[in-house]
Design a protein around this ligand. Sequence first.
Ligand code: ZN
Ligand code: ZN
Ligand code: ZN
Length: 141
Amino acid sequence: MLPRRHNYQNTMRYLRQRYGMCAKCGNERGANSTKWLCDKCKELKRDYHKTLRLQREQAGLCRECQCPRGENGTKIYCRSCADKVNLQIKQMRSQRVAQGLCRQCKKPLRHRHSVCTPCLADWAEKDRNRNAQQKQVAQTN
Ligand SMILES: [Zn+2]
Ligand SMILES: [Zn+2]
Ligand SMILES: [Zn+2]
């Protein structure tokens, strides 16, 4: 699909993408890259967005609408965005469950749980890690 705006930059990006190059730096994209960017640019982009997000959080701004989060906002969203996001997540999850998909990774389920076995194992692992961390914190205090 051609980009809608036909300026030079977009055309370059499109051509690079099409010929297996990174849309940003023009190097070969490699096997585990995204559809557009090579591994390096992917990382850079992720870092950039992460920094931006952190800056907003520290400035007390909502991650979604960039308004001040206010007193009844969450740690990252203002109240109305938090409600919106929560609703979206809820809808998405119940949709997946209704379709017989794991609500975490979208893989088809073979049993009547809402999460597949690998994801359950994953959760258990994360729980264990969290508990271990909390213990460590408790000990150092
Ligand atoms: Zn690149
Ligand atoms: Zn917001
Ligand atoms: Zn899963």
